[in-house]
Design a protein around this ligand. Sequence first.
Ligand code: FES
Length: 94
Amino acid sequence: MKGKRLPTSRRGRPVGIRVDGRPLTAFEGETVFAVLCLEGIFALRRPAAGHPVRGALCGMGACQECRVRIDGIPDRRACMTLVREGMEIETGGR
Ligand code: FES
């Protein structure tokens, strides 16, 4: 394998999204969870008064801990949802 290199990763087309009202640039093919991580947003929701904020655990759609509101629809799994132009994401972990 000498001289062989892994292929250079490529990012998709830039897309404009908003996270908690803040405009961001993401890239097609990225999950909402990936974008939130890159922005340092790990607290995704607060389940009930007095309970600690929750964040993603599995990253593969099983635990349901990454639920956020996307385009007004609650409880969308951030790790299973790809970003798209104009997407509005609201976290509840603030
Ligand atoms: S992180 Fe577990 S379902 Fe999304």
